[in-house]
Structure formats: structure tokens, C-alpha cells
Design a protein around this ligand. Structure first.
Ligand code: ZN
Length: 129
């Protein structure tokens, strides 16, 4: 097991699930349910390297979030919504999603809608980063 990652607790998952349910109707594109993913805190991500979350087809039912944001659930919510949209994209489009991950194309295909989801979540929560 990777020592850099820790699984989110049941109460953290519950808080995420409630917040996603509240935000879902403000988002321009679908996101998967928190119930469909493993959520892990990752010590290697932080604001210094600019990575607050990640989703990989190598672990298609797992989302990694920056562990330093653990005490600020609301701050990480837009990132979680972004990654939940990637999860939805992969499970909806399969191979097309994989093709969309090719560098450069990626920005215009899979990241465009994920960024729109993230922006809408920030606006709905009143977060301006
Ligand atoms: Zn993304």
C-alpha cells in the first residue's frame, strides 16, 4: 500500500456526498456520485505544486485529493466535483475518454467541461481562488 495516501473517513465521505448532492443542480455537466468512488488523501499534492486533486484511468474508481485541504472540506469541493466529472466521463465514454487524455487534445476535450464544472462549484459555494 502506498504510504502517501490515506482513505477518507466515513464522516468525510458523508460530508462530501451531502455537498455534491447540494451542488449537483448548479453544475453544467454531470458528476458521479461520491458513493461510486474511493476518495483518498494524498500527501504529495499541495498548493505549492498546484495539484489539489487527480483522477487516473489506471485506478478508474479512485480520486486523490490534497491532504493539506483535509480540514477545509469546502475549499476542496470544486476540485472534487472536477474529478467526479472525469469519473463520469470515463464511465460514460470509455475508450473515447482515453483518447481524450492525449496531451494538447486533453485541454480542449476532457478538461474543458471539467473546468466548467469546477468553476460552477466555486461560484455556487462563493469561493474565489
Ligand atoms: Zn481534470
Amino acid at each position: 500500500m502506498n504510504r502517501h495516501i490515506t482513505e477518507a473517513t466515513g464522516s468525510e465521505r458523508q460530508e462530501f456526498a451531502e455537498c455534491v448532492d447540494m451542488l449537483r443542480f448548479s453544475l453544467p455537466y454531470p458528476v458521479s456520485s461520491v458513493d461510486d468512488v474511493w476518495i483518498m488523501w494524498d500527501d504529495r499534492m499541495n498548493t505549492a505544486n498546484g495539484v489539489l486533486g487527480s483522477y487516473s484511468i489506471l485506478h478508474p474508481d479512485r480520486i486523490l485529493l490534497a491532504s493539506h485541504a483535509r480540514m477545509m472540506t469546502e475549499v476542496i469541493m470544486p476540485t472534487l466535483c472536477h474529478e467526479l466529472h472525469h469519473h463520469w466521463q470515463y464511465h460514460k465514454f470509455g475508450l473515447l475518454y482515453v483518447l481524450g487524455c492525449i496531451p494538447i487534445i486533453r485541454e480542449f476535450v476532457i478538461e474543458k467541461t471539467a473546468d466548467a464544472v469546477e468553476d460552477a462549484a466555486e461560484t455556487a459555494l462563493g469561493i474565489y481562488l
